[in-house]
Design a protein around this ligand. Structure first.
Ligand code: OGA
Ligand code: NI
Length: 338
């Protein structure tokens, strides 16, 4: 129901019971590691082989990296975050007109993660948009703020190109042809989640987003440059991914984990919230087309290797499975193991 939107209600003095995690699931913020060298990759480095090696290292060991000199201008990133912030400042009634908790909707404002499935709420509102092809979806996007459609469409176009470039580097880093991933994924879907994490009266009892892996192929995250909140799991410890100036965060999704025959990992990550500061993030997801058949290349399974780790599946089958669950269960890919 629309009155569940955090950004449509008053600031709360205490955390409602419905958001409180049981003791053993709380974020234990004091145990989070501060700077554990999430790799930073300079995409403008003149030696491509060196970039490919850095991408390989990052994907194999972290599943996450930040990129700089990625071709999306600072102005474009600032405009995107700015209009996102303005959207969440619209009057409650106007925002509520976009509300839905049906994951099948191609444009919706919602809250938490999946209010139809979960038992504990998350301290997040989000606007989720389908973004490709733009001309099919933009007409249904919010008409306000007035520049929303223009700014978000331009950002989407830039991020899609960047995503393809990254998929080229990732393919090469696996020893495959540069266009391998792009070919397998077909006409890729593109979705966006504009996340708004309001100030929270008890950040140690709840999450913005609890631990999850992304079900898509590749995610490119534009973070609030001032407020950290993203954390990734590595060797059993949570690590902060502090925003770097003008950087974007990239992570491997479940589909590239499957396509790499589990050489690259779609890593658990989560977003935590703050007592006195709101945080914004804009996640762009590139995903295979629904009919794409996801199965590992022979180059990564044959030759005395470990054989296929997962059975073949279509993306449609995977996505349906993902949204039929709650977050923070086992890795969704576990259900596709050979
Ligand atoms: C996501 C996500 C992290 C963040 O939207 O899938 O992981 O920092 N977001 O908002
Ligand atoms: Ni995510």
């Amino acid at each position: 129901m629309a009155d569940q939107l955090l950004s449509a209600g008053p600031l709360l003095e205490s955390l409602p019971e419905s958001y409180v995690r049981p003791e053993e699931q709380r974020p234990r913020l004091h145990e989070v590691l501060s700077d554990a060298n999430i790799p930073l990759v300079d995409l403008a480095h003149p030696d491509r082989a060196c970039v490919v090696r850095s991408v390989a290292h990052a994907c194999r060991n972290y599943g996450f990296f930040q990129i700089v000199n990625h071709g999306i201008s600072v102005e474009s990133m600032q405009r995107m975050l700015g209009v996102a912030r303005e959207f969440f400042r619209l009057p409650a009634a106007e925002k509520m007109s976009h509300y839905s908790d049906d994951p099948a909707k191609k444009m919706r404002l919602s809250t938490s993660f999946n209010v139809r499935k979960e038992t504990v709420r998350n301290w997040r509102d989000y606007l989720r948009l389908h973004c490709f092809p733009l001309e099919e979806y933009v007409p249904d996007w919010p008409p306000n703020p007035p520049l929303f459609k223009d700014i978000v469409s331009s950002y989407c176009t830039e991020v899609r190109q960047l995503g393809f470039r990254l998929q080229g580097l990732i393919s090469e880093s696996l020893g495959l042809e540069e266009d391998y991933i792009v070919k397998v994924m077909g006409e890729q879907e593109q979705h966006m989640a504009i996340n708004y994490y309001p100030p929270c009266p008890a950040p140690d009892l709840t999450y913005g987003l609890p631990a999850h892996t992304d079900p898509n192929g590749l995610t490119i995250l534009l973070q609030d440059p001032q407020v950290a909140g993203l954390q990734v799991l590595r060797d059993g410890r949570w690590i902060k991914v502090d925003p770097q100036p003008n950087a974007l965060v990239v992570n491997i999704g479940d589909q590239i984990q499957a396509l790499s025959n589990a050489e690259y990992k779609s890593v658990w990550h989560r977003a935590v919230v703050h007592l006195d500061r709101e945080r914004m993030s804009v996640a762009s997801f590139l995903a295979p087309c629904n009919t794409a058949l996801i199965s590992p290349p022979e180059k990564l399974t044959g030759g005395g290797g470990r054989g296929a780790v997962y059975r073949s599946f279509t993306y449609a089958e995977y996505y349906q499975k993902f949204w039929s669950r709650n977050l923070d269960q086992e890795h969704c890919l576990e259900q596709f193991k050979c």
